[in-house]
Design a protein around this ligand. Structure first.
Ligand code: ADP
Length: 166
């Protein structure tokens, strides 16, 4: 069983994430979408909401599990779950510069490899931050997020300092 993890805060999950997760699912037997919470960060959606949105959106895809991940070492999480690869989407050289040291450190810590997938050109400009900014200023983001996420954004999700899961 080849198991991969796609980590991120997914605040909220968007079409760029979905595209990379679907490609990861075609390469591995199981993909864990690991929803993280950094206590130092302010989130638009609670952890429960971010998990719900990811689960609602990914329900129709086979071999995908969505679960929360605490703020501990990702390498240790991978070791405990028997994860052989971390899958990351790359949008730009600055993504690569940011990701490369983490990939090397994770491999040295637990042997887990990082697989980089080039972002789909249509979604290469997408980030959760930009989507929230555009939506906050009244722009339409319906082309960039799944329907359940769009519904919550229009309804006005919570703005919270999320707490890490116990
Ligand atoms: P974080 O919380 O780690 O800042 P996100 O939750 O926004 O990041 O994204 C998680 C991961 O999804 C990123 O590390 C990246 O690998 C991937 N990703 C984000 N946006 C895109 C995109 N537009 N296209 C492809 N992959 C993306």
């Amino acid at each position: 069983m080849r198991r991969a993890v796609c980590p991120g805060s997914f605040d909220p999950i968007h079409n760029g994430h979905l595209e990379v997760i679907a490609r990861a699912a075609s390469l591995f037997d199981e993909v864990i979408v690991a929803v993280s919470t950094n206590p130092a960060k302010k989130y638009r959606f609670t952890l429960a909401e971010r998990l719900d949105m990811a689960r609602e959106t990914l329900a129709s895809l086979k071999g995908i599990v969505v679960e929360p991940v605490g703020d501990g070492l990702l390498a240790e999480y991978c070791r405990q779950r028997g994860v052989s690869a971390i899958v990351k989407g790359l949008r730009s050289s600055s993504d690569f510069d940011y990701e490369l040291p983490m990939a090397t450190m994770n491999r040295q810590l637990s042997g887990v490899e990082t697989v980089f997938l080039p972002a789909e050109a249509h979604y290469i400009h997408l980030s959760s931050t930009l989507i929230k900014e555009v939506a906050g200023l009244g722009g339409s983001v319906s082309d960039y997020v799944p329907r359940s996420v769009h519904r919550r954004m229009v309804a006005g999700g919570s703005s919270v300092d999320d707490q890490p899961r116990g």
